[in-house]
Design a binder for this molecule. Structure first.
Ligand code: NAD
Length: 506
């Protein structure tokens, strides 16, 4: 599919059923993070392109069939999209790998999850009752609460899980009967462009699905402020999310924000009581922190471990971190790809440098790896890094690093563990590892995070809500609440026997 993008060169804006270039004619080269070489060209849209796409979505919502299409037909179309994703799994997985730097296997798993999201929302709407009848206390009154689509949705997505994050918005938006304009990250737009082709192939009417490729400061900002947009759903960093909320406020549109995290992985000593349990806890801590080179909103970048097991645990963690095979995501046997960009790597390097100055002790990584045949010199690689003896005053412990960096803090009591885990302005996800079921439930109940794993890390389910407490965001994706984001609720009150009220005597 990477090749099929080439003939399109620059025509990656889709509005009202047409693929076209940017109005300005500007283009952007998409770089492979493994060697910094350009491998695709996309349109660099701006405010003008955004206005055209919003106008198409507005027209399709106000005058088109999609919002009024029976829900069973909408569900059928979503299931067709899932089938097409399965058909194109290999090409899309490869494209995601080259665009975002992840391994091809990670890319394939992402595409499976995208298909799951389309199926889940298809089943959810198809199985629903059309409304909720309310008892109005009189046989002459028929009162029903129904749900309707919000309207034109602006969907803004990040670079770490490009198509997956887009699907968590596009699938429910379509299931609910909305039209949309999606703006993928300017550095990883390719699979979202490809998805629009699949939506068209599945039979979605022109104007319902629109895409503008381009930067956040122009395309994203215009979408957030646009008076003809009814809802903006944003996934990305805290700073951009705050700007989106500010830009959206004057038009009082609905706003959903999925932002960053600083996610604790709390390990009690009893979770390491046997060799097997110890191996599992270490293995999962490694996975929590380093999958996709830590560029995961829910990455378990803060290991909070009971003091009595710290030395043994950290030694084993560092030994295994040193053995992670870094390289181009498409190379055989590679376990971790590069970071997505030079800018991202520089940010990670600055965090590690500041942590070491503030007294952290380096146990593994902390530098760029030596180049090798599977690790070109120009690629944005960085070694999995374990920083011991960290504390809550350090920037690396407080701020989202979004890279392969694990910090280690210790505790002695359960209260101390909970206090450390909750000592963040974010609240996206966290885990507790313990063999004591009572403690597991107690601690899970006290963690102020949107997802809590007990003796696990990272799994999510399309049928369970995803989102954050605190500055990790507003609203939820997935699950019934993830569909509700894309709906207005309407109460229809019908008087079957109207009579004068006579409130006013005259
Ligand atoms: P980012 O905030 O830089 O960009 C996200 C998107 O917003 C991009 O499409 C970008 O072009 C756009 N954008 C930037 N400035 C904008 C503006 N002023 N107005 C409108 N749009 C704007 O984030 P990123 O670096 O692409 O992604 C990494 C971040 O995403 C991390 O903080 C990560 O935690 C977060 N994330 C959160 C979740 C979640 O589910 N909570 C999932 C994935 C990623």
């Amino acid at each position: 599919m990477a090749d099929t993008l080439e003939p399109r060169a620059g025509k990656t804006i889709h509005a009202d059923g047409e693929w076209r270039e940017a109005v300005s004619g500007a283009t952007r080269e998409i770089l492979d993070p493994a060697d910094a070489a350009p491998f695709a060209v996309v349109a660099e849209g701006d405010e003008k392109d955004t206005d055209l796409a919003v106008a198409a979505a507005r027209n399709a919502f106000d005058h088109g069939d999609w919002p009024r299409t029976p829900v069973t037909q909408r569900a059928e179309l979503l299931r067709r999209v899932a089938d097409l994703l399965v058909r194109d799994r290999e090409e899309l997985g490869l494209l995601e790998s080259r665009d975002a730097g992840k391994t091809v296997e990670e890319g394939r798993v992402d595409i499976d999850c995208v298909a799951d999201a389309f199926r889940y929302f298809a089943d959810l709407v198809a199985g629903e009752a059309p409304g909720r009848v309310v008892d109005a206390g009189s046989p002459d009154i028929h009162s029903v609460v129904v749900h309707e689509p919000v309207g034109v949705c602006a969907l803004i997505t990040p670079w770490n899980y490009p198509l997956l994050q887009a699907s968590w918005k596009i699938a429910p938006a379509l299931a609910a009967g909305n039209t949309f304009v999606v703006k993928p990250s300017e550095i990883t737009p390719l699979t979202t462009v490809a998805l629009i082709d699949l939506l068209v192939e599945a039979g979605l009417p022109a104007g319902v699905a629109n895409i503008v490729t381009g930067p956040g400061h122009s395309v994203g900002a215009r979408l957030a402020e646009h008076p003809d947009v009814d809802l903006v759903s944003f996934t990305g960093g805290l700073i951009s999310g705050t700007k989106v909320a500010q830009a959206a406020a004057p038009s009082v549109k609905k706003v959903a924000l999925e932002l960053g995290g600083k996610n604790p992985n709390v390990v009690f000593a009893d979770a390491c009581a046997t060799d097997e349990a110890f191996d599992t806890a270490v293995d999962q801590a490694l996975n929590a922190a380093f999958i996709h080179s830590g560029q995961v909103c829910s990455a378990g970048g803060r290991l909070i471990i009971e003091e009595s097991v710290r030395d043994r645990f950290v030694a084993e963690l560092a030994r295994r971190a040193d053995r992670i095979r870094l390289g181009r995501g498409t190379a055989d046997g590679v376990e971790c790809g590069p970071l997505v960009s030079e800018q991202q790597r520089a940010k990670v390097e600055a965090y590690v440098e500041s942590a070491l100055k503030e007294g952290a002790v380096l146990r593994s990584g902390g530098k760029r790896p030596d180049p090798s045949p599977e690790r070109p010199e120009n690629g944005y690689f960085y070694e999995p890094t374990v920083l011991d003896h960290c504390h809550r005053e350090m920037r690396v412990v407080r701020e989202e690093v979004f890279g392969p960096v694990l910090t280690v803090e210790t505790f002695r009591t359960e209260d101390e563990a909970v206090a450390l885990a909750n000592d963040t302005e974010y609240g996206l996800a966290g885990a507790v590892w313990t063999a004591d079921a009572g403690r597991a439930r107690r601690v899970a109940g006290r963690l102020r995070h949107g997802t809590v794993w007990i003796n696990d890390f990272h799994p999510y389910l399309p049928q369970a809500e995803w989102g954050g407490f605190g500055k990790s965001g507003v609203g939820r994706e997935l699950g019934p609440a993830g569909l509700a984001e894309y709906r207005e609720t309407k109460h229809v009150y019908q008087n079957l026997a109207p009579k004068p009220v006579r409130w006013f005597a005259g």
